[in-house]
Design a protein around this ligand. Structure first.
Ligand code: ASP
Length: 439
């Protein structure tokens, strides 16, 4: 059995967190391949090392002295080292980094958070350290070169049957360091799981998996025990962010389950993410509710619109010209609404309207903002009749006006657009009807 065990920044923020990681690793012999983020926030430690490293870069760019900020980074690492009594040599490397800092690339600089945190963790666990620049390989376009990564990992496996690997970075074909997007250590864990054909990818963080709704809106929401990748994508897009959204792709292809667990409460059940889950009468009809504020809609009216074969594509081209993605597009016979993120269009509403007029000559255009979208997600909705009926009854009973309705044929997700002032009320109404009543 091979488990990839990835620990996020809060799990490695200080010596106490390091001890929790060690307990988790020692509790299970299959936890042999460990991926580590840069020390993040926890308790007294209010800064993420990665943020401080980016801040050093900004200081250099604006010709401001960076040694004060760098001193905070050094102090943090050396404190962890001292408190755990580690022997790994990092002082010289830290001093060297401080001296050469203005001359190195941003990617190399910010990758050092993971590098130093992992070196210390390897020493603490008594595991070999493997540098991500030697095994995680990218193509020049930034995509992962799975073949080269797999080969490099196989070479490593001939030498070691366990190791600690820093997350977040790897190297380009010419050897230069390249980082993933923020939160990217989740993706490193997933790449490793795929390349080592792991049985399980454990992602240890500071929450016990996923909840059915945002605890800031629903007090003490039910825990989600199991969720499919597709459901998770829908919920994450709508704001339920625990895992980096690109982390599911490598493991999904290889059909490896992800278990999201809590380093601070290792005994809590996590949430298992799987490719496919057989429908069961025992499961809730819905898996989760999430939502996002900040949408706007342009609605175009034109007689005989439905007969104009290029009407919609011409509209989308206008938004594309401004780099704006049309996220949803409900249509009537003679009208169509283009739903977009308000922040993407806020400064260019009149230009977009003028271009739409020129492109399709509509009879009228209306712009509405302050829309929120609530997503009700569940694999079991397709197999049980009456879900949407209950959903709209629940909203109606709470006097929530539904402005927009979207459901695709796979029936995994029903999206409703409401005025932003009704956002929380809508989530409470749906949760109250499908899960349990809320005050
Ligand atoms: N340290 C990086 C960040 O803060 C990557 C990670 O933690 O996953 O974004």
């Amino acid at each position: 059995m091979i488990k990839i065990t990835k620990f996020g920044g809060s799990s490695v923020a200080n010596a106490i967190q390091f001890q929790k990681v060690k307990n988790i690793i020692s509790a299970d012999e299959s936890r042999r391949f460990v991926v580590i983020s840069a020390a993040g926030k926890a308790g007294e430690d209010k800064n993420k090392i990665t943020d401080l490293l980016y801040l050093c870069r900004a200081h250099v760019d604006y010709h401001v002295d960076y040694h004060g900020i760098f001193g905070m980074i050094k102090e943090r690492f050396l404190r962890i080292k001292k408190e755990l009594g580690l022997s790994v040599e990092i002082e010289d490397e830290l001093n060297e980094l401080e001296d050469k800092l203005p001359g190195i690339s941003t990617d190399e600089l910010v990758s050092r958070g993971e590098y130093f945190t992992s070196k210390m963790m390897a020493d603490y666990l008594g595991f070999p350290f493997v540098d991500a620049k030697d095994v995680i390989r990218f193509n020049y376009d930034g995509s992962v070169d799975f073949e080269a990564t797999g080969n490099a990992l196989n070479v490593e496996l001939l030498k070691n049957d366990r190791f600690v690997l820093p997350g977040f970075y790897g190297s380009l074909p010419d050897g230069t360091i390249k980082v993933l997007s923020r939160g990217g250590s989740d993706i490193t864990g997933s790449i490793l799981a795929k390349c080592l054909h792991a049985d399980m990818y454990e992602n240890w963080t500071d929450v016990s998996g996923f909840m059915m709704a945002d605890p800031r809106i629903i007090e003490n929401p039910c825990h989600i025990d199991r969720i499919t990748y597709a459901e998770l994508r829908e919920l994450s897009y709508m704001g339920a962010s625990v895992l980096h959204e690109d982390a599911v792709f490598p493991v999904k292809e290889a059909n490896i389950p992800i278990n999201v667990l809590n380093t601070n409460k290792p005994e809590d059940p996590g949430t298992i993410i799987l490719d496919h889950i057989e429908p069961s009468e025992k499961d809730h009809r819905i898996t989760g509710i999430a939502g996002r504020k900040g949408f706007a809609a342009f609605t175009l009216y034109k007689q005989h619109m439905v007969e104009d074969v290029s009407f919609l594509s011409k509209c989308i081209d206008v938004f594309a010209k401004y780099g704006v993605s049309v996220e949803h597009m409900p249509t009537g016979i003679d009208s169509a609404s283009m739903v977009v993120k308000e922040k993407d269009v806020a400064s260019r509403i009149y230009d977009i309207i003028a271009d739409l007029r020129e492109a399709v000559n509509p009879d009228d255009i209306k712009y509405v903002n302050n829309i929120s979208i609530v997503a009700c997600v569940g694999r079991n909705m397709a197999t049980r009749v009456g879900t949407s009926g209950r959903l709209f009854t629940a909203l109606g009973e709470e006097h929530v006006n539904v402005k927009l309705i979207i459901q695709a044929f796979d029936e995994i997700n029903i999206l409703v657009g409401v005025a932003t002032e009704d956002f929380e009320k809508a989530i409470k109404a749906i949760y109250g009807n499908f899960v349990r009543s809320v005050k």
